[in-house]
Design a protein around this ligand. Sequence first.
Ligand code: GDP
Ligand code: MG
Length: 163
Amino acid sequence: MPFTIAIIGRPNVGKSTLFNRLVGQKLALVDDEPGVTRDRREGQARLGDLDFTVIDTAGLDEGPRGSLTARMQEQTEAAIAAADVLMFVFDARAGLTPTDRSFADFARRANKPVVLVANKSEGRHGDAGALESYALGLGDPIGVSAEHGEGMSDLYDALRAVM
Ligand code: GDP
Ligand code: MG
C-alpha cells in the first residue's frame, strides 16, 4: 500500500501549485470517475527520500458568501478517507477565512495526522497569517512558498515526523 497524502483547503490557496511541485514531472493520472471524485487528481510525489501518493482536491467554486458547497465537502471527505496524512493548506498572506475554518473542522474530525501548510509565505509576507493559524488547533504552521519552492525542507521535516 503506497502512503497517501491528501492536499485539502479552500480554493485558491495554492493546493494545485503544491501538488505540481511535489509531483514534478511524474504526474500520474487524472481521475475520470463521475461524481465526487471527478476533479480529484493523484500523482506520485517525492520529497527528499520520502515517496508517497498525493491527492489534489480540485477547483470547485466557493458557494454564496464564501461558504463550503456540498460538492466541496463530499470531495474533501473522499480525499480524507483515502489518505493516511492530510496537508491542510491555507493562504498565509490572506489570513484565515470562514471557509478555511470549515475545512479545518473536517481535518480535525478526521483523526488523521495533519500537516498545517502556510502557503504563499515567501518574503515573510505570511507571518501574520501563520501566527493566526495556531488557533486552528492543527499544530504548528509550516511556512512554504509552493510557487517559489521555499520551505520544502521544513515540509520534509514535518512529513517525516508523521510518515
Ligand atoms: P488551488 O485552488 O488551491 O489549487 O490554488 P492554485 O494552486 O490554483 O493557486 C491559486 C493562485 O495562487 C495562483 O494564482 C497561484 O499562482 C498562486 N500561488 C500558489 N502558490 C503560491 C505561492 O507560494 N506564493 C504566491 N504568492 N502565490 C501562489
Ligand atoms: Mg486547484
